[in-house]
Design a protein around this ligand. Sequence first.
Ligand code: G4P
Length: 243
Amino acid sequence: DIDQLGQNKSRLILLNKADLADERQNEAWKEYFQKRGFHVVKVDSRNGSGMKTIQNVIQEACKEKIERDRRRGIKNRPIRAMVAGIPNVGKSTFINTFAGKACAKTGNRPGVTKGKQWIRLNKNVELLDTPGILWPKFEDQQVGIRLACVGSIKDDILNMEELALWLIEHLRTNYSGLLEKRYGISEEGTAVEILGKIARARGCLKKGEELDYVKASGLLFDDFRGGKIGRVTLEWAEQEKSE
Ligand code: G4P
């Protein structure tokens, strides 16, 4: 859908929350999209890194349009841009930071961005904030799982324990040592056993000392999404290349 909407328009891919992802994979994804002709910028919308680069890249991406305007004697017409992305990728936070003032609501829940709004940023750029876009069904179940892990699908419709087991498996396979470091546990055993160790380490207990796996799963995801476990990427750019 975005390909169709964006036909004949300049497109800029912002790899937001770059601070939460594995830097090697950030670079791999950057290269992946650049090879396909996109302008790409790594961004951390919370601390503002990448913002200056974006200004320059926008000018670069819209060079032809600006030049056409200039030939027609139109000066300083603002570039109109739209921000599109699935829930919780940081669209509102990005817009606030880029604009330098609080002008879009943010919140760590899918669907907070509502309605449409043009935001006059400076004399060069106007931004349209749009609701997140989420495709209705996933052909590949793995895609759904990864989106759920990063909080783009509402937690209350998910089985958080099952998801936690998937994340534990991913972490200990690809980022061994991170769980051990965060929770002071060994990464030996099944994923269920590891979730149990996290529950015990963090005092997630039900009445009668029974381990509370649901609570431990919630805690694991809060830590993961907040970057407290470490910089982690869920999908490799290389996988896509072979398709
Ligand atoms: P959305 O409009 O795409 O749905 O996302 P939104 O801006 O609401 O951001 C969702 C969460 O992601 C927010 O956390 C926000 O602070 C965080 N976030 C956005 N950009 C970045 C980034 O570049 N790096 C990191 N580490 N986090 C980012 P929250 O916990 O809901 O809010 P808050 O407690 O931070 O205010």
